[in-house]
Write a protein of this length. Structure first.
Lengths: 352, 307
């Protein structure tokens, strides 16, 4: 606010000579002369500065000073948190990844030894594969089903809020409670699903013991729980598709499939990008379900990367290898997000 | 017009115009199929909850009955008191049981929610409205940390908390999320930027300082995004499993999800008790959700479009 006089107010308070200079400069600009215009600009600045009294400048400096102090007072709590609980630990984690340390004895620099240990451990490799398999199944399953249900839900009229509530309820429920319910539903000996399947002549697989079914079972549970969030995001995106555009397309004779691929999908492509970035990040971090299902004894085909990080760092207290695993996960996520941001230029359509 | 028709047909006037519009819409076969399909899908989504809820009232022999029945034949609410007793009689791990875990979860979630709302709003206001040295740099730093997975920082955090003697206390679950919430700062900053500058200038002319302006002008105007952020934070804290799992060892410090997990491990065949424990954890938030559905859903849609 006090900055304003610098531009408009001080012109009025300028000495007569300075005002003449300004007029000259203005004329020069109007004449279209490049050289005089450049000089005129300089003159103008000088004139303005000459016109600003020293007490005014002092006030300005005082205000800047006060803004700096106020800014940092308001920022203080979050800045302390950023440094103490994010930047500090991040730097510490990167150092740890090159150290051998159990938290008590002496720290020892091991170079890339921890990373070598990660790549030479067959179980870790299997766990990376399990995690990638989980992501490859879960992200498309989640996004496609959420999109289809969002399209259907758009047309349900009065019942929309009720249906949406049913879809969203698992989202507000603790993953532990969700996992415990499904631990039962996925156990073929006691699950009611086995009984129902038997009535129609089908045999339920032993979801959590059969190596081929562990990851698909976790996918099933996580899609059930995550559907509500993506559904709401897609519905918000679909609400922004102008109905006038759809009507115009209909008049031009476009069929439903053409409208879908030519209008709806391009218009909600920013939502698709946002969801695909966040859900890939989320799916690479899957942990809670697996830990509740198996505790510390998950089978080789059911272990994920975050599960390995927790086991390595907090059961074996091998902080160095744990940090190396976490750092690799972070770089993987950075690379996947970077790739999606590069690829978006080809398919994401921004209206603004 | 609507009053006149209402008088003629004797239908109460409230909600009249809407009703009329719906009645005139033709009911197509497509609509009927759609409604049936969505109803089935909704039931499928809700069924695990219903199963959990009703099973928590069943005697054990009914739980394993084949073919299964949803509703209990003999209601047995004492499953809950038995789960409480087992949780408190199960030795050191369960010394204090569910009421204490409920209390722990509740107070941690509440304190974190209130704290993070205050610090996030303060930082959001500074980012949106105060020109201070290094503002752009700090903002970029806040944004880029949103990419960092919690599993990378948890190992150093655990070591730091060990040095501070905070392991097995609630402090590692309370202090970091209050002092650092990049998503919250970003969300509120997007809204704070939209507050008209004139309002602030008018308040300044009236002699209000920065702090007065923040408390009596900015905070009330940020109410709706703060309600949304508050709900998200509370949900996230109440349901949090990873951080309590790493930082807590003693059962009297346990939060609800942690106790449910331990209970499941110790009484693995008592499914009625386990379902009762899950119901205690899930039901409060499901009830909150039913009443705050609009705020939660709109908040999520808005946070998506703002980011």
């Amino acid at each position: 606010m006090t900055e304003r006089p610098q531009t408009s107010g001080s012109v009025a308070g300028m000495p007569a000579g300075a005002a003449d200079d300004v007029t000259e400069a203005a004329v020069a600009v109007a004449d279209g002369g490049k050289e005089p215009a450049g000089r005129g600009g300089r003159d103008l600045r000088q004139a303005v500065e000459a016109g600003t009294s020293s007490s005014h400048r002092a006030a300005l400096r005082k205000k800047r000073m006060r803004d700096n102090i106020h800014g940092y007072i308001f920022m203080a709590p979050q800045l302390i948190g950023l440094l103490a609980f994010m930047i500090g630990p991040l730097v510490f984690a990167i150092i740890l990844a090159f150290m051998k340390w159990d938290g008590f004895g002496s720290r020892e620099y091991v170079g890339f030894g921890n990373f070598k240990a990660v790549f030479e451990n067959e179980q870790f490799i299997q766990s990376w594969k399990n995690t990638a398999w989980f992501t490859a199944l879960q992200v498309p399953a989640l996004m496609i089903s959420a999109f289809i249900f969002a399209l259907l839900l758009q047309r349900t009229g009065k019942m929309k809020n009720f249906y949406r509530a049913c879809f969203f309820a698992p989202q507000v429920t603790a993953t532990v409670a969700v996992s415990v319910i499904w631990l039962w539903l996925l156990n073929p000996d006691i699950s009611p699903i086995t009984g129902w399947l038997k009535q129609v002549g089908l045999v339920a697989p032993d979801w959590l013991q059969d190596p081929n079914f562990v990851i698909p079972a976790v996918v099933l549970v996580s899609v059930w729980q995550g559907l509500g969030y993506q559904l709401v995001m897609f519905m918000a995106g679909l609400d922004n598709v102008p109905s006038s555009m759809m009507e115009a397309a209909s008049i031009d004779g476009a069929n439903e499939i053409q409208k879908m691929f030519r209008i709806t999908l391009p218009l909600i492509s920013p939502t698709i990008l946002f969801l695909s970035i966040t859900s890939i990040i989320g799916s690479f971090q899957v942990f809670d379900y697996i830990f509740v299902f198996f505790d510390t004894t998950a089978p080789a085909f059911g272990r994920t990367i975050v599960y390995e990080i927790v086991q390595t760092a907090f059961r074996e207290f091998n902080f160095g290898v744990g940090a190396a695993l976490a750092l690799l996960l972070f770089m993987m996520l950075l690379a996947l997000t970077g790739l999606q941001l590069i690829a978006q230029k080809k398919w994401v359509f921004y209206t603004e | 017009m609507s009053t006149a028709t209402a008088d003629a047909t004797g239908v109460p006037t409230t909600g009249k115009p809407r009703k009329e519009r719906i009645r005139h819409r033709p009911i197509t076969i497509g609509q009927v199929i759609l409604q049936i399909l969505m109803a089935i899908a909704s039931i499928a989504m809700a069924l695990p909850f219903l199963w959990m809820f009703f099973s928590s009232f069943k005697p054990l022999e009914e739980i394993f009955m084949q073919p299964p029945k949803l509703l209990p034949m003999n209601w047995q609410p004492q499953n809950y008191s038995e789960a409480f007793d087992q949780a408190s009689a199960g030795g050191a791990w369960y010394a204090s049981g569910f009421p204490l875990a409920f209390f722990n979860s509740f107070y941690i979630s509440t304190v974190v929610t209130l704290g993070t709302l205050l610090t996030s709003a303060m930082a959001a206001y500074a980012f949106a409205r105060i020109r201070f040295f290094g503002r752009g740099f700090w903002f970029m730093l806040f944004l880029s940390t949103m990419m960092v997975p919690g599993q990378l920082t948890i190992i150093p955090l655990y070591i730091i908390m060990g040095q501070l003697d905070w392991v097995d206390t609630h402090l590692p679950l309370i202090i970091p999320p209050i002092l650092f919430n990049a998503f919250g700062v970003f969300l509120l900053r997007q809204y704070a930027r939209g507050i008209p500058l004139e309002l602030e200038e008018a308040a300044a002319i009236d002699g209000a300082g920065r702090f007065r302006i923040f408390v009596s002008l900015i905070l009330p105007l940020l109410k709706s995004p703060m309600v949304a952020l508050g709900i998200f934070t509370f949900l996230g804290q109440w349901n949090n499993f990873f951080y309590p799992l790493i930082f807590l060892n003693s059962s009297d410090k346990f939060t609800l999800p942690l106790l449910v997990n331990q209970f499941k491990g110790a009484y693995s065949s008592n499914w009625a008790g386990i379902m009762a424990a899950s119901t205690i954890t899930a039901l409060p938030l499901l009830i909150v959700f039913i009443f705050a559905q609009r705020q939660i859903v709109e908040g999520i849609a808005l946070s998506g479009s703002k980011t």
